[in-house]
Ligand binder design. Sequence first.
Ligand code: MN
Length: 227
Amino acid sequence: MTLNAYRKRRNFDATSEPKGRDRAAAEDSEPRIYAMQKHMSTRLHYDLRLQWRGVLLSWAVPRGPSLNPAVKRLALQTEDHPLEHASFEGVIPNGEYGAGTVLLWDRGTWQPENLNADGSLPEHEIKFTLHGTKLKGSWTLVHIRGMKGSGHRSTWLLVKHRDSYASMKNVTLGEARSVATRRFLSEIARDDGGDVARASLGDPPQAARRIAMAKPARPRSKRGQRA
Ligand code: MN
């Protein structure tokens, strides 16, 4: 596990994302971090992050998670992220990798359910339990194509298992606010000097209308501020 790909893609003088500390795999301690970030970048997606051997394994889920076990959501594995990224929320400036607005949509801990005999994660089907604020219970990531670690994005499906947390509720629409700050995407963009109109495309329509009519707040972060 290495953060080289993560660091190569980013200019830490420009982005407020964390550079992160290198950790030995053995430093992993239970409970392991789980986070899901809603990211309005080139396209809206949800970034699933699971702590594993000193890094956050990462998948971009274009349509976000579904609580309905009959629904399979595409999940494209992306570069490992530093553990520090699990609490990141804010604006990534234009011209930077992942430029756009990031909302910390869910956070908590996770547990793998089906480790290999040597303690590694299964290559083809990872069964796991989430203990988040919004997502709970049993889930599966099924590997459908692409090689792990080949540099190409490998393709997975994220599926909810049938358990007491399975539901027909639309969790991405119904619980669109940040779990950390209760803000919508357009409010984070407004506060951190991002593109409010673009961020609002990722908010539920009613929230976007309300925020467009509200008075602008003073930016909280100097970092994303525009002159
Ligand atoms: Mn992303």
